[in-house]
Design a protein around this ligand. Structure first.
Ligand SMILES: Nc1ncnc2c1ncn2[C@@H]1O[C@H](COP(=O)(O)OP(=O)(O)O)[C@@H](O)[C@H]1O
Ligand SMILES: [Mg+2]
Length: 151
């Protein structure tokens, strides 16, 4: 992340998709716009599922309307208090491709919450990040989450 001082850290465990969606409630309280958060974890870790839960908690979208932006790169949802941007950079390879996304313009909005899957692969995204959520597979449907954010 851009700055390493003043970090908070919390760990969570979920045992089902419903549990991960419900965690969105907790995270929606922790994550304060304007903020860019990197979502880390392998394919199938549950990053997109977590975004569904966060969007639902913020009243920005129904979970079934939040789909993976793997091919579209950016999806936007407008909630009463938060403008949610959901990005998936899996298919991108160069910093030039990142530059045209306009991450800084998104973050210039006071109510922007920018959630970026695979953001850790790009230095410029790491430099803009205010937090990260790392998701790991446990056994079966178990997932471990480590949330770090600047205060
Ligand atoms: N506890 C859990 N949390 C989230 N997803 C889970 C969980 N258990 C099983 N899954 C499954 O794992 C997959 C997660 O997919 P997705 O959220 O798209 O992951 P990612 O965006 O990290 O690739 C889905 O098929 C979902 O049904
Ligand atoms: Mg995903």
């Amino acid at each position: 992340m851009g700055l390493s001082k003043g970090l908070r850290e919390k760990r969570f465990k979920t045992r089902s998709v419903a549990g991960t969606l419900a965690l969105g409630e907790t995270l929606a309280e922790i994550l304060r716009p304007p903020m860019l958060v990197i979502l880390r974890g392998e394919v199938g870790a549950g990053k997109t599922t977590l975004v569904k839960g966060i969007a639902r908690a913020l009243g920005a979208a129904y979970e079934e309307d939040v789909t993976s932006p793997t091919f579209t790169l950016v999806h936007e949802y407008e909630g009463p208090k938060v403008h949610l941007f959901h990005l998936d950079l899996y298919r991108l390879e160069t910093e030039e491709q990142i530059a045209v996304l306009g991450l800084e313009e998104m973050l210039a909005e006071p109510n922007a919450l920018v959630l970026v899957e695979w953001g850790e692969r790009f230095e410029s995204v790491v430099a803009l990040a205010d937090g990260e959520i790392a998701m790991e597979h446990g056994e079966g449907d178990e997932r471990g989450l480590m949330v770090r954010w600047k205060v």
